[in-house]
Every structure is written in C-alpha cells, then in structure tokens.
Design a protein around this ligand. Structure first.
Ligand code: TYM
Length: 331
C-alpha cells in the first residue's frame, strides 16, 4: 500500500487538522509506504507574503515532526522542490473537465473570501492536488471529510486518463477517520473548524497553551438542554462528544454513557482536559525542533530527492503515453 497526503503551510494548524489528518499520517507510517508533502505551491493561490510562507513551511514541518512523522519511516518533503507536480498538473488538465472544477466546494468557499484577486491558480488548485497524488501512484489518501471531493476528482481524472492513454495511473481510495473527520468550530458548531473561516475562540490550535485550550472548551457553545448526547438539534454537544471520542480513541456511544447525567460544565471540562493531554507531547517537542531550521531544511531536501525518484519515472511514462516531449529511447 502506498499512502500520500498533503498539508498546507498556511496559518497555524488546528485540532481539526490534527484529528482529521495529522494523526492519520503518523499511523500511516506503520501501515504502508507513506509519503507526506507540505504544499507550498498550493499556498500561493491566495494572497501571501513570500518571507512568511517560508516561515510557515518550517512551522508546519516542525508540527508534523513533533507529532511523530519520522523521516526514516516516511518520505517527507516540500512540494515546491519538485517540478514534477506542476508539470503533471498541466498534463492532467487536459483530462479534467472545466465543469468539474466549477463544482469544487473549496474553490467556491475560498474564491468568495478573496478581497483583491481570485487567481486562476485557485481554480486550478484541485488539479495540482490530483497531480500530487497521481505522480506517486498512491493507493490511499488520508484526509478529513472536507477533502473527499478532491479525492473523488483524483479517481475520475486517473480513470479518464487511463481510458484515453492506457493504464499508467492509479485511482486512489480516500481514507477519513471513523470519528473526527469533520471537527466543528467551538463557537459556531455549524461551521467546520478552519484556519481561514473560523472564529478565534472557536478554533483550538495544536500549539495553544493548556490554559487557552481549557478556556476555549469552557466557553464552547452548547444548547439549552443538559443531556450529553448527540443529535441534529445539538450541534455543539455533538461536536464535543466527537472530539472526546477521537482524542480518547473510544466510540461516541461510550462518551454518551460515561457522561450520562453529568451536566455540560463537567463534560466541557473533561473534553478540555483530554485535548490538553493529547496535544501536550506535540507542544513539548515543538520548540527545539522548530529552532533548528537547518535540520528541517535538510530533512525536506532529502525527502524531495526520494520523492523525485518515484515521481520522475511516472512523469516520463505520462509524457510518453500522451505523445509529448522527447521520444524516450526504446519508447
Ligand atoms: P489543509 O492543509 O487545509 O488541511 C490538512 C488536512 O486537515 C483536514 N482538516 C480537517 N479534518 C477534520 N476537521 C476539520 N475541521 C478539518 N479541517 C481540515 C483536511 O481534510 C486535510 O486532510 N487541499 C489540502 C492539501 C493537499 C492535499 C494534497 C491533501 C494538497 N495536496 C494531496 C491530500 C492529498 C488542504 O487544503 O489541506
């Protein structure tokens, strides 16, 4: 099995990223050949500062390393180190429907948030993401629920390519966690927790101080009842149940049973404490890792070499199948 996933270097990583994705990346190292990428080329599709982008790549790399990515057990690299991703993006654009891209939820959301420029890059974002995965012929893509549509696009593009040009690419499967695939904002539980669209009090960051985490959970929006149980009328409590189940690695039913009759105050305190415990090891390891930029840079550059060794032959086959570029000897 070959696992591939990517993560944006923008902003600070939050609990949704951690439960929905980062924990799955760490587990993936024991389940197969794991490849993870910080997607700086995706980050330039919205307004950004070049120097801040470089810092954010290191911040994100340090969080992933602190969370348990081990460069000796996975390939960990920066997307922009390789020319294969944007090249494959362009080649695959010829088998991607314009209509498919106009239906992408993330594009609709993000294009609505831009103040000055809705870049063509933002529209093409999903094609680059398709290329990220197909360049490695990955079989599995661990992501949160919000990325499911992009992984479905990968499958459609791979199948269309193979039908048109022969069996070169692999259609990957999506993998979302059973619990915690869509963590919601603590203040607005009808919106997902997010770097760009979330509320400051409702977004728990991986590196938040314990007191800050506890405070955010204490002030989490609930509802007028007092039962700790899930339901469409109880989005706030449902989200907290899901978070506690995810961090303790138990089922939501077990959480409901344990907190039956205990009231919202005690329950919110328990969720806050459990999240603090879950994030503590990452926060403790982060500072020394982040301080050593040279080592982080070296790790990413080494990772890029290993990534290139896989992506480059795929690109040669894709070019050959499509009849573009130089004729390969024996091709
Ligand atoms: P990004 O950086 O926005 O998010 C990283 C991962 O975190 C997940 N996630 C969540 N999971 C649960 N609850 C939430 N509230 C929540 N918010 C975010 C996301 O689903 C994601 O898995 N387009 C991707 C980056 C990407 C990529 C790829 C992913 C680029 N190339 C190739 C997979 C394969 C993104 O924006 O992730």
């Amino acid at each position: 099995m070959r696992i591939f996933s990517g993560i944006q270097p923008t902003g600070r990583k939050h609990l949704g990223n951690y439960i929905g994705a980062i924990r799955q990346y760490v587990a993936g190292q024991d389940r197969g050949e794991a490849i993870y990428c910080i997607v700086d080329l995706h980050a330039i599709t919205v307004a950004y500062e070049p120097a801040a982008l470089r810092r954010s790549v290191y911040d994100t790399a340090a969080i992933l390393l602190a969370a348990g990515l081990d460069p000796s057990r996975c390939i960990f690299f920066r997307q922009g180190d390789l020319t294969e991703h944007p090249e494959l993006c362009w080649l695959l654009s010829s088998v991607t429907a314009y209509g498919e891209l106009t239906r992408m939820t993330q594009f609709k959301e993000k294009s609505g948030q831009q103040r000055e420029l809705v870049s063509a890059g933002l529209f093409f974002y999903p094609v680059l993401q398709v290329a990220d995965v197909l360049a490695y012929r990955a079989t599995e893509v661990p992501v949160g629920e919000d990325q499911r549509q992009h992984v479905e696009l990968m499958r459609d593009v791979a199948e269309r390519f193979n039908a048109r040009f022969g069996d070169v690419l692999v259609a990957p499967e999506v993998r979302t966690p059973a619990v915690g695939a869509r963590i919601m904002d603590l203040q607005f539980p009808d919106r997902k927790m997010s770097t760009t669209g979330g509320s400051p009090q409702g977004t728990v960051h991986v590196l938040d101080e314990p007191e800050v985490v506890i405070k955010k959970f204490r002030s989490a929006v609930t509802d007028s009842g007092s039962d700790v149980r899930r339901g469409p009328d109880k989005p706030g409590i449902s989200n907290l149940i899901e978070i506690l189940a995810a961090v303790r690695e138990i089922s939501p039913e077990e959480v409901e049973r344990e907190f039956d009759g205990s009231g919202y105050g005690a329950f919110k305190q328990a969720v806050g404490d459990a999240v603090v415990d879950c994030l503590a090891p990452v926060r403790e390891r982060y500072d020394p890792i982040r301080a050593d930029e040279r080592t982080i840079e070296g790790t990413l550059v080494e990772g890029a070499e290993k990534a290139r060794a896989i992506a480059s032959p795929t690109l040669a086959e894709v070019r050959e199948a499509m009849g573009v570029g130089p004729v390969r000897p024996g091709g």
